[in-house]
Design a protein around this ligand. Structure first.
Ligand SMILES: [Ca+2]
Ligand SMILES: [Ca+2]
Length: 416
């Protein structure tokens, strides 16, 4: 833990933490018998520092021990407190506070600890900026002291994913065995309320009704949107090209060699929808890509195999298909599944569908469904893909890709 605590405060923190983590019977004995400093030394003193360092408090221990002492607490991010008994799980108003709990599915505020986020940590740990933190297990260090007139932590000095301590991996939304488990997400009780609990065609129908309501961009607006949605997390002047993975200046967009342009992941000739306002301008499947690589992908269907692609490490292509690099295989699959459910032929546009073919030509189909399902499982949504979905929802189209929020819904709709 990269935190320097003055010696006197460290001693106080350790004393406070020991009382909280030892069995109740021992704590009672200490209180009844003598001040903690007078305990027989062999009982707790030699092992205490190591034990405390290795074992953060649970949230319930932190709620019970609002002593003002500094401690590290481990819990799951379950929302943002906005009032004493109000924790929001979507539409986060700012980056000022987190609610953590011992269970990722906790809904009772009485079992949550409200954690203050000082300004230096807000861009990395605030939910408005990082909604994908929902459900993640984290370790927070600070004073066990009321916040929003509720059990809390104030003056927080450290935040970390608990996986970094090597004890508990973060929760995953799918398994590599092809048997995705159902998950909960921050929009289940709001945006997806009418879909949650459904499966198969009923789920599909419900999701279509939800995501078809959107702001439709012009093809010119897509340039500006992509500079926002695909911004390089390590350089705000750049975007990341989807297939090549290269970071390139936002301003270097256009049709020239080594510039980036607007790649239609659902190739626009598959359904011949062009670039007028509609599927051809839907940024849920539009990505920055190097002009040459974009041209090499052309209108190929997706499948495994082929030869190397120039300027695109990890990509393969042959006469009838293209395979992107591993890190974006799931992204590609979920974009295709979004397009399939968003466009069902009940508006001015074709009914887009994935199928098992790699010779779809201009038909409104794209392959290869079995491979796309596998890619969805092997490459679950990461922070970049989740942020992208959020930015599209918050700023541009105001609709979401349900398969980024719930990759297991792919299996529910298209089977395993
Ligand atoms: Ca990915
Ligand atoms: Ca469709």
């Amino acid at each position: 833990m990269p935190v320097v605590i003055p010696r006197r405060r460290l001693a106080a923190a350790l004393a406070g933490a020991v009382v909280a983590v030892v069995p109740a019977s021992v704590a009672l004995t200490a209180v009844a018998g003598a001040p903690a400093s007078a305990l027989p030394l062999p009982a707790v003193a030699p092992a205490a520092p190591a034990a405390v360092a290795a074992a953060p408090l649970t949230v319930s221990q932190a709620i019970a021990g609002q002593t003002g002492q500094s401690a590290t607490v481990r819990g799951y991010v379950v929302g943002q407190p906005t009032a004493t008994s109000t924790v929001v799980t979507s539409g986060f108003p700012n980056d000022y506070a987190l609610a953590v709990a011992d269970s990722a599915s906790e809904t009772s505020t009485s079992r949550m600890l409200y954690v203050q986020i000082p300004s230096a940590f807000r861009s990395a740990w605030g939910l408005r900026t990082n909604p994908s933190l929902m459900g993640r297990q984290i370790d927070v260090t600070g004073a066990l002291s009321a916040y929003f007139s509720h059990p809390g932590m104030t003056g927080t000095t450290a935040f970390a994913f608990s996986s970094e301590s090597g004890t508990t991996p973060p929760p995953t939304t799918t398994t590599s065995t092809g048997t995705p488990t159902s998950t909960t997400g921050p929009y289940d009780s709001t945006y997806y309320a009418s879909a949650v609990g459904k499966s198969g065609s009923a789920l599909r129908t419900s999701l279509h009704g939800i995501i078809r309501t959107q702001t439709v961009l012009t093809y010119d607006q897509v340039w500006t949107a992509l500079k926002d949605t695909d911004q390089d997390p390590n350089n705000t002047n750049n975007v990341v090209e989807i297939y090549s993975g290269r970071s390139i200046a936002k301003s270097d967009n256009g049709g020239g060699v080594d510039q980036w342009n607007r790649e239609h992941v659902w190739a626009k000739s598959h359904g011949d929808f062009g670039t007028t306002n509609g599927p051809g301008t839907d940024v849920h499947h539009l990505r920055p890509e190097d002009v040459t690589v974009n041209s090499d992908r052309g209108n190929l269907d997706f499948d495994n195999g082929g030869g190397a692609v120039a300027q695109c490490t990890g990509c393969l292509r042959d006469a009838d298909s293209f395979q992107p690099r591993d890190a974006v295989k799931g992204d590609v699959a979920r974009m295709i599944f979004y397009m399939a459910v968003r466009y069902e032929g009940d508006d001015a546009w074709p009914d887009l569908e994935p199928n098992e073919s790699v010779n779809n030509g201009t038909a409104p189909y794209i392959g290869k469904l079995s491979v796309l399902k596998q890619w969805n499982l092997q490459d679950p949504p990461d922070a970049f893909e989740k942020r992208r979905n959020q930015v599209i929802y918050d700023t541009w189209q105001h609709n979401r890709n349900p398969f980024v929020d719930h990759p297991e819904w792919v299996t529910s709709i298209w089977g395993s």
